[in-house]
Design a protein around this ligand. Sequence first.
Ligand SMILES: Cc1ncc(COP(=O)(O)O)c(C=O)c1O
Length: 435
Amino acid sequence: MTGDEIIALSKKHTISEWAAQGAVDPIPVARAEGIYFWTPEGKRYIDFNSQLMCVNIGHGDPRVVRAIQEQAARLCYVTPGGMTTEPRARLGAKLAEIAPGDIDVFFFTNGGAEANENAFKIARAVTGRQKIVARYRSYHGATAAAMAATGEPRTWSQAALPGFVHVLDWYHGVDRETQTTDQALRHLEEVIQLEGPSTIAAIILESVTGTNGILIPPDGYMQGVRALCDRYGILMIADEVMSGFGRTGEWFAIDHWKVVPDIMTMAKGITSAYVPLGAVGIRRTVADHFTDKPFPGGLTYSSHALACAAALATIAVYEEDGLIARAKERGRLMAELLADLQSRHSCVGAVRSIGLFGVVELIRDRQTRTPMAPFNGTSPEMGALGRFFRREGLFTFVRWNYFFTNPPLTISEAELREAFEIIDRGLDITDGAVT
Ligand SMILES: Cc1ncc(COP(=O)(O)O)c(C=O)c1O
């Protein structure tokens, strides 16, 4: 099919996520390799967002493709309740090796939202409490409870569920002051006290917030949340769906602060999206609750053999190619390139990155630091920047007043510089709007 035929048929018969369907303008993609993908007509794009921040090992790694083919030929699926398989057994053991602390029991799901749904069920069953505390600037998935935990605008149009409480982040927008660790933790503790500690099952947080702007916790924040959870008997859930599997230069972002959450949710990079898979990692002491009590969840495709085989092969690629250390090293270069953009472009109000997880926030006024597009909105300038990136063959997410720099961890220095050269030219457009 031609690109236009693919678009026309897709738009006629399929729904695109989070968008008014009339405004959807997809890129037709025919193939992908490494950090690049191509349309059927051969236009090449740099994948500077690892698609949905998930193709961490890059596209088309033959080792993972082969593992999927071999597993498909041998055995795709068995019922997850009454049977088990070698890929499932090996994947549980492998994740226990790389997950922090004594997280060594895993429940497999189809993706991140289901992982968070099950994390909440586990926390409620173990504590006997109901409430889940989450932060406003967060995304935890689009199923009912994951959406209720989500604090950003995608949750506004959904039916509110009882039992979810939101707290402020330390970060308040590019035009406002940032709170200190102490202030943020005091706010969190006050909310815990006002809600009643004995009613709160868990606090969920993205270890480094992803879609809502690569928010890297200040030193002491994660340790402080851990201490509050311990003080009040609340379980700590680290959502590592986007920040896990090397993205930040550690296996998991929470490893930067040497904190062990009680429950850790994963997806995306676990298979680099070659096959859908999510997982809930549980500390041994928490998982022991289910030794003599039934586990309160199940999914037809839990522990799917094809997905488990893909995850094992993907984790082997991270290890064989040293991709976690490489993300850290390339991340240093990316931080320099980001700082360079900030020093030369008046529209750049802030840059943040950790490993290969980065963001550029644009402002239109150097004094007031007014964002280039309003919260939850867009502007002609951000639209023009997005169109420029697309025209120039750079794919990344442009959201509100910011855009991401999240390439596959395999990216070479030359490829990273090539992408930043396009970004550099694009920012001349937005510089023009700065007063
Ligand atoms: C931090 C975080 N948690 C959960 C999810 C939901 O994952 P999924 O889309 O696989 O359900 C996402 C998706 O982007 C995410 O970024």
